[in-house]
Design a protein around this ligand. Structure first.
Ligand code: BDR
Ligand code: CA
Length: 321
């Protein structure tokens, strides 16, 4: 059984990732760390707690609250603000991530230890290596690695949803999780662990459609129906703001990392590359993917593509129990 720690900014697609991870029989979720990102840290923490409680797993998985802001960028007044154009439908604003998941308020509580200290404590004392699945800004892990870089010895692999080579979303050249904290991303990318990137190139190739949501609904479990609700919301937001290869489709980024752990062949065209991140100017948050043979020292595996049919099949299997 592979042990994982999830780091999430829940978030619509994060919620699908949390459900997938908690249902995967071959994965043991040791803990979930929340981080700021899609929403502020209060909302991402509460959403995470209410989701695991709704799944009946509130006693099984501890939740650690992560950082409320990036390591450095908000201190630098000349860094680019994020230009957000509101998405409108019939006079109403449409959000990729509603502030609150439509579930009962959580009665379970987060742990006292903050996420960066949890990483340090867990990884210093782990008896076997653990895989970290990072699907939000990398702030908490960045801090932990800065304080105790030797924790890397107990990291089996870091799977990052983030970055993009030919695809960007929040600026012309940046993906959101990396744009949100490029310094933390650089620390993680260069920490010496095995790092696998699941970037926008892969997640946009693995889009899900309304038809896929119908498949989920036919399964009928709480997780299948809730995933369909969340993905249909994302389809509307994508249609208005980021149309994909097919109409009525959405990228559902974060659970692709979980599906990769279940079946690595869901990612395609995975190549060893050297990754660094852009910090300033128009290149802020850019994933600089260097694949110049003979000139680079690879620090990462980068998925340039993914199999959308396999992705949907794996999710269906997970939601069927
Ligand atoms: C990433 O940013 C967030 O909005 C999503 O949850 C995903 O992790 C995609 O750019
Ligand atoms: Ca996320």
């Amino acid at each position: 059984m592979r042990k994982i720690i999830l780091d999430v900014d829940t978030g619509s697609d994060d919620a699908v990732a949390v459900m997938a991870a908690l249902l995967a029989k071959d994965l043991k979720v040791e803990a979930i760390c929340s981080t700021w990102g899609n929403l502020d840290i209060d909302h991402t923490t509460e959403n995470t707690l209410r989701l695991i409680e709704a799944m009946g797993k509130g006693d099984e998985v501890p939740v650690y609250r992560g950082c409320a802001a990036p390591m450095a960028k908000f201190l630098c007044k000349d860094r680019l603000p994020l230009a957000i154009r509101p998405l409108m439908k019939d006079g109403k604003e449409v959000h990729m991530h509603e502030p609150e998941l439509k579930l009962e308020k959580a009665t379970i509580k987060e742990q006292d230890l903050p996420a960066p200290l949890f990483y340090i404590d867990y990884l210093l004392h782990a008896e076997e290596p653990v895989t970290l699945v990072e699907v939000g800004p990398l702030t908490s892990l960045g801090h932990a690695l800065r304080i105790r870089p030797e924790i890397v010895k107990n990291i089996e692999e870091i799977v990052i949803m983030g970055g993009g080579d030919r695809v960007a979303n929040c600026t012309p050249c940046a993906e959101f999780n990396i744009w949100a904290d490029p310094e933390a991303a650089e620390i993680v990318a260069t920490c010496g662990a095995k790092v696998t990137w699941v970037p926008l190139d892969a997640t946009h190739a693995a889009y899900l459609t309304k038809k896929d949501c119908e498949r989920f609904r036919a399964i009928g479990t709480f997780e299948a129906n809730f995933a369909a609700d969340l993905i249909e919301g994302r389809i509307l937001a994508h249609t208005l703001g980021q149309p994909l290869a097919e109409p009525d489709a959405a990228a559902v980024h974060d659970p692709l990392c979980i599906c990769y752990l279940i079946d690595p062949t869901v990612l395609k065209d995975v190549q060893p590359v050297e990754i660094h991140l852009g910090f300033y100017g128009v290149g802020e948050g850019e994933t600089i993917v260097d694949r110049r043979e003979g000139l680079i020292t690879p620090n990462s595996y980068f998925a340039f593509d993914a199999d959308r049919f396999k992705f949907c099949d794996i999710l269906c299997d997970l939601f069927t129990y």
